[in-house]
Design a protein around this ligand. Structure first.
Ligand code: GAL
Length: 337
């Protein structure tokens, strides 16, 4: 084959190779598949951008959902199986990287025993230590433990080594997220005091413990599912109300300084079912790297009686005319942002 002919054949074949990374619009509330064709299983998820790739970490909910017979409230749960990780170059095509923090089935006292609860894992990268640090909500089956669990890894795809759990600053810690500021300082945001008050806990330089410096925010306002982002020097927090697996109205708040004071802006959601956060609950906000003013608000549409079959709602945030809204969209594609 002459050189020219070879180039021609390669050009003809190019679309086939490109097909390996097909454009898959995200249809909100539908089942999303990974690149192997399996349902994406990453609930209460967080995201990390590292070395040109996005990593998605979430609750790997597998198997039957049960309501324990002693339940006095709707504490539907699945056995703990671990934290899943997916990677993607484009936010559309997600490759399963495995269970990066697995359950510990042979020790009934372990935080990660299947009989417990593991929720809302978030992973951050520490440039000083070169470690990937995961924070998650670890619970007893009756949700009385209210603690944070910390795990560490040398690689974004794990395996993560579980370090242990505690109540940051001796306060309850349930729905939570971790945010790293531009100066490298990290903060854990957690629903505390029986979910009534939101704590912002400053973390040590290695991101493994609280420093002891914290603030109490939204006192008595029962904010859950915190998702934090920064834009033009201001901090924003998206959160839900406190109604278990059932949807409620979202709220956006803004602050000039990360530890507060936070000022409530109101419900950012607009369009169909905006008063119920599109039947979903916030979990994370991910900036689209390299695109100005592009942020994706990520939500879970819980299916409380079949938690494994819960769905995802991801929506671009709109910053039109200085007003921040999250307009409903049936489907969209990150490639079109
Ligand atoms: C929600 C919380 C979820 C889960 C659930 C249990 O309020 O956001 O992460 O803990 O309660 O009912």
């Amino acid at each position: 084959m002459t050189k020219l002919r070879l180039i021609y054949v390669l050009m003809l074949l190019a679309p086939l190779f490109a097909g390996a990374q097909t454009k898959q619009p995200l249809v909100n509330g539908e089942q999303w598949l990974d690149t192997a064709g399996n349902p994406l299983n990453a609930h209460g998820a967080g995201m990390l951008y590292h070395d040109g790739k996005y990593y998605l970490y979430g609750e790997y909910k597998k198997g039957k959902t049960i309501l324990p017979e002693w339940a006095t409230w709707e504490c539907y749960r699945t056995d703990v199986t671990g934290v899943s990780c997916y990677s993607s170059p484009d936010l559309e095509n997600w490759t399963f990287e495995g269970i990066v923090l697995p359950a510990v089935p042979d020790d009934p006292d372990h935080d990660l025993h299947p009989s417990k609860v593991l929720e809302r894992p978030k992973v951050v990268y520490n440039t000083k230590t070169g470690k990937f640090v995961m924070w998650a909500h670890v619970e007893s089956a009756d949700y009385s433990k209210a603690a944070a669990g910390v795990a560490i890894s040398d690689s974004p795809t794990g395996p993560f080594t579980y370090i242990g759990s505690f109540r940051p600053n001796d306060a309850m810690s349930r729905d939570q997220t971790v945010f790293v500021d531009d100066d490298g300082k990290a903060y854990q945001f957690a629903s505390s005091e029986n979910n009534q008050t939101l704590y912002i806990n400053e973390l040590t330089d290695d991101y493994l413990r609280p420093t002891g410096r914290f603030t109490r925010n939204f006192i008595g306002q029962s904010r859950e599912a915190p998702a934090v982002f920064k834009k033009d020097g201001k901090y924003y927090m998206l959160s839900s109300g406190c109604t278990g697996w059932d949807p409620n109205q979202a709220e956006l708040a803004v602050a000039d300084s990360i530890m507060g004071e936070w000022k409530v802006l109101g419900n950012p959601c607009t369009g169909k079912d905006a008063d119920k956060t599109f039947y979903a609950q916030s979990t994370y906000v991910q900036p689209v790297i390299g695109k100005k003013n592009c942020y994706i608000a990520m939500f879970d549409r819980w299916n409380k009686k079949d938690l494994e079959n819960s769905r995802y709602v991801w929506l671009p945030i709109s910053f039109d005319n200085g007003t921040i809204t999250i307009p409903w969209r049936e489907s969209w594609s990150p490639a079109d942002l």
